[in-house]
Design a protein around this ligand. Structure first.
Ligand code: MRU
Length: 352
């Protein structure tokens, strides 16, 4: 059962990408138009659009934008295609950790390689694929939500980290998709949202979208999670994912690993919710997942104001990897995968 969100963070309109600027929420709620491939590359890199599935949609749209630009430069389809394949590879490097971006760029590369159309025909095929990836994501998240809702106890207090909601996807959410579907069945469930330093996606985005949809949410700072777990105030944890290895090791926003350890210690089930496009079966373990290093200012500043000595050393990894043995289940659009993940992940890919 779906509890729709009003948010559509990224859509395709009149030959352009229309995206919600997530860098200004909650102060402003404004859409920006992205009209070129390079603008899309920067919008992804600078997190105007963010969240693994949403940047996948952005990448797919960015390749359409490059194709529209290239149409004026080439008359020969073969030259156009090889130029566009290079642009697709470039788009896939706009952020390194979330594999949905590489997956969506690969989907567009398949369209380019398989097309027998002329240049305008190929642009239409790429546009259709980008729209399909966006709409398909919403359906996958709803399916995930319904599977996930089955393991949410009545009246559950669900802890989440970062934002894995409508804002991070086509418009329903992975972890928050589970919350939405659970809330549709039982409106006594509630969310505890970690603030998620340094970019504060939990405070700025998760509380924003849940409050907008009338789902009860309590904001806590990152260090508080074990305090509330010990007090018996958290029944389960559900987070999203940026990349899952073949053995179930899961990269998600920095701080997720700490939450998983605390959950294990307190016997609280820790779930990951992610579409199959987040699972990278080409890598055996989480050690192979590239971790994005972000700017020092994200740590040294809050709202443009420095909060420490300007001489301090800073290291700012954007993600960490939660080992598979801390994960009770991986909620996908094909059902909930359980340990042994090497087996359950291989099986679901063989069926798909
Ligand atoms: O750096 P971000 O904001 O793009 O990181 C987002 C996350 O880590 C999300 O939890 C993850 O992408 C899952 S989104 C459905």
């Amino acid at each position: 059962m779906a509890f729709e969100s009003k948010i559509r963070p990224i859509t395709w309109e009149n030959g352009k990408s229309k995206m919600l600027d997530q860098t200004v929420i909650p102060y402003e709620y404004k859409y920006v138009e992205i009209t070129s491939g390079d603008e899309m590359f920067n919008a992804i890199r600078n997190m105007i659009v963010r969240g693994a599935p949403a940047i996948g949609i952005g990448g797919a749209q960015g390749i359409v934008l490059y194709a529209q630009e290239g149409a004026n430069k080439f008359s020969n389809v073969a030259d156009f295609k090889s130029w566009l394949l290079e642009k697709a590879d470039y788009m896939a490097t706009s952020r390194p950790t979330a594999v949905n971006l590489m997956w969506a760029c690969d989907e567009q590369k398949k369209v380019i390689n398989n097309s027998v159309s002329d240049i305008q025909g190929l642009i239409k095929e790429l546009t259709d694929k980008a729209i399909d990836i966006e709409l398909d994501d919403i359906n996958r998240c709803k399916a995930m939500g319904d599977y996930g809702a089955e393991v949410v106890p009545k009246g559950a207090r669900i802890l989440t980290h970062c934002n894995a909601g409508a804002l991070a996807t086509g418009g329903y959410g992975t972890a928050l998709g589970v919350v939405r579907s659970a809330f549709a069945k039982d409106n006594t469930v509630q969310v505890f949202a970690d603030e998620t330093r340094p970019r504060q996606q939990g405070a700025r985005l998760t509380t924003f979208e849940l409050a907008m949809d009338g789902i009860p949410v309590t904001l806590i700072t990152d260090g508080m999670c074990s305090y509330f777990m010990k007090k018996g105030m958290i029944d389960m944890v559900v987070v999203g994912a940026d990349r899952i290895a073949a053995n179930g090791d899961t990269a998600n926003k920095i701080g997720t690993y700490t939450v998983a350890i605390a959950a294990k210690y307190h016997n609280i089930p820790f779930y990951v919710a992610a579409p199959l496009s987040t699972i990278d079966i080409s890598i055996a373990t989480g050690d192979e997942i590239p971790i994005e290093e972000r700017a020092r200012e994200e740590v040294t500043h809050i709202n443009g104001k420095i909060i420490c000595s300007d001489k301090v050393n800073v290291i700012n990894p954007g993600f960490d990897v939660t080992p598979h043995d801390l994960i009770a289940g991986i909620i996908t659009e094909k059902g909930i995968l359980r340990p042994d993940y090497n087996k359950s992940i291989a099986e679901v890919f063989n069926r798909s």
